[in-house]
Write a protein of this length. Sequence first.
Length: 368
Amino acid sequence: MMASEKYLVFPHALSSGLMNMLMEIELRVVLACLSNRTLVSVNKYPCFPQPDDHLYGRYRAAAMLDLFDFPVKHISMTKMYKRGFKSLYSLPWQGECASEAVFRLSSDWPDDKKILDDFYDGRKFTWQFPQNDDDVWALLGPRRTFCNSTYFFLADTKQKDKIKNIISLIQPKLPYLNLAKKIVKDLGCFNSIHVRLGDFKHWWVKTPSGVEIANNIASVMKNDTPLVICTDNSHDSAYFSPITQYYSDSIFIDEYIQNEYKKELSQLPFSDASVIALISSLVASHGEVFTGSIYSTFTSAIHRRRLLRDPDLPILFSSNPFDDRIKMENCEFKSTDTGSFSWNRLAFPNPETARANAWLREWPETVS
């Protein structure tokens, strides 16, 4: 017997770091919810090892479906074929990644060429839902969905609110959320930073020094308030010494969790490196003040949790990797250009091939 269920299929098997994966899955979840279809993929979205994992004895066993609850029904390709279906439509969405496209949810978007051009931001392709009711809509081929939903969906206010609600329902599973809440309560009042190093050393991005970060965050964080540090390189004491010397009451949250909450970790379904990273991000999101690393989806995930909790919070960064064309005041990037959207006004000088506006930071339009 054929199932009456409708499916949205992404056969490309994702493999990336924790928050990169979350960004990719988020877009798929929103698309499935908006189309009222079951999301289909080939796996549970395993977390890929990171460059320095071997130096820290880190391993990654938990997949994304083990760590997060998503507000959409999800099944495997095998199960979909086992249930059976009558018709399949191959989605004609162009480009290798969603970051090359704009998803138009309505054909009646105001005919304002300036606004449209500003939103498209040089992107060449338009994706839309097809005008058919085939059992399966499938995006065949190795297309990625690595793109911030705010930058991707061209939507009216009603649709934007719906997308925001879907995103707010993407949450860590309760065991991990509850442990993070306990740690936040135990810590009391604190500020937090995320310092991404890792593969930045091999990109076009200028890696900030520890002195630069300490000087920058001093403008927004008092040194008599405890500082929680999230990083992928907590063993690099020489790099962090300017920060830890000025903020004498500072902790590296990954080490702190593993040392102080061994019992609680042992009781979790998983307690691998991805779990430590997830809990670290949840704790950091509760800092009185938080500054992060631009070009980091880990930072973006923290900013998003904070914005969904309080839309008036500023989006702050610990360093400015750009030249004098891009201004930063009190850890906040300032507009240097004109345009309808924040990505136009900030005008970050990135290589066109990187399509970085799709993923380099959280945008205020997420909650505005």
